[in-house]
Design a protein around this ligand. Structure first.
Ligand code: PLP
Length: 376
């Protein structure tokens, strides 16, 4: 139950025992074509897709180095570790990161983003981490931001590493130029691939202003696909097989159903944990639907609590990250997450707290059951 890598269905694991094929063969070309087409469905886009053999960070870095040039002003909301890293990556690429900061338990408001554009009319882009995995917060104005980016002629880039396929994200409807995710979170495949959608406008810019990178060079990936349906470099073939299977599972379930399942499971977690006396870290209007961050209460010690859960109950939850280390614990409620995972996790938490000498109300588990009944 950590926020990635998440549990991988056996079907997806088994797909990786396919023989290693030649990546310059028709076998790979048909796999690549298939995976790209299915990826468009989960991104809800007609845009170009790039699949990189790298973790999520490589995907985010590709979205930065292919679009940001020296002196470019980039607006970036910062409310946690990953959005902070994004701002640093922008600066490393020579850009000027205009950070719109908020407390970590909330998200910068859309009004403040608009104000940042008003004060920086020449800003080239808005880069947003949709779901800040380190704080369990989620930006709730992504649908509205494209009105602002279009008004200022700015590019719109979204890091959806920890919620794509588990949260609302219609890339075309929201006019997102580059959207990035990775395989190991809500997609429920092993780690190792990053997937990016690239709008025509972003693509034209990159082709006319080639980036100073080889491995993460997006125009090169697009050209190789167009000319030969191949990747420029050797792809992690077992991960392509696995990702293809994971995409089939998503399509079989139906993207909408999957998003709804994530919403229901996260709500069950929040309501149950509150009934059990815990306090979620994020303010109610900023709560993630895939990562549940919870404050440590007095007397709860991070390593002891998580160690007990893992050792005695075989339930793994994550600790806090960056500034929140030792202050919060986090549940990954994504990918395969279902009734079983929610109830088992809550039961284990309740039992672990009793073992630590704190009696916890079991109302929480009843509340979770009620919320989850719809998934039966
Ligand atoms: N962005 C977000 C929002 C993330 O949650 C993560 C990882 O948790 C990353 C980027 C980096 O991904 P990776 O660890 O796969 O490189």
């Amino acid at each position: 139950m950590i926020p990635g890598p998440t549990n991988v269905p056996a079907r997806v694991m088994r797909a990786m025992i396919n023989p290693i094929i030649n990546h310059r063969s028709d076998d790979f070309r048909s796999l690549y074509r298939e995976v790209r087409e299915k990826s468009k469905k989960i991104f809800q886009t007609e845009n170009d897709m790039v699949i990189l053999t790298t973790s999520g960070t490589g995907g985010v870095e590709a979205a930065v180095v292919n679009l940001v040039r020296k002196g470019d002003k980039i607006i970036v909301p910062v409310n946690g570790e990953f959005s902070g890293r994004l701002a640093t990556m922008i600066e490393n690429a020579g850009g000027i990161a205009i950070r719109v900061e908020s407390n970590y338990d909330e998200v910068p408001s859309i009004d403040r983003i608009e104000e940042a554009f008003e004060n920086n009319k020449d800003a080239k882009a808005l880069y947003v981490v949709y779901n800040e995995t380190s704080t369990g917060t989620r930006i709730d104005w992504l649908d509205k931001a494209s009105e602002i980016t279009s008004r200022y002629g700015a590019y719109y880039v979204v890091d959806a590493v920890s919620n794509l396929a588990g949260d609302d994200l219609p890339v075309d409807k929201w006019n997102i130029d580059i959207c990035i995710t990775a395989t190991q979170k809500a997609i429920a495949a092993p780690p190792g691939l990053a997937i990016l959608s690239i709008s025509k406008r972003a693509r034209d810019f990159m082709i006319n202003n080639p980036p100073n990178t080889l491995y993460l060079n997006i125009p090169r990936y697009l050209k190789y696909y167009e000319q030969n349906t191949e990747t420029p470099f050797t792809p992690a073939l077992p991960l392509f097989f696995a990702y293809n299977e994971a995409l089939d599972i998503i399509i079989e379930e139906g993207l909408e159903n999957r998003i709804e399942r994530h919403k229901i499971c996260s709500q069950a977690f929040y309501d149950a944990l509150e009934a059990m006396g815990f306090i979620p870290f994020a303010k109610p209007n900023a709560r993630s639907r895939t990562v549940i961050a919870v404050n440590y209460s007095d007397g709860m010690e991070d390593k002891k609590f998580r160690g007990l859960l893992s050792r005695e109950f075989r339930v793994l939850v994550a600790g806090g990250f960056g500034e929140l280390k030792g202050k919060v614990w986090r549940i990954g409620s994504m990918g395969e997450v279902n009734r079983y995972h929610v109830l088992r996790t809550l039961s284990a938490i309740s039992a672990a707290m009793r073992m630590l000498g704190v009696k916890i109300s079991d109302d929480g588990i009843d509340i979770a059951e009620e919320r989850l009944a719809i998934l039966k």
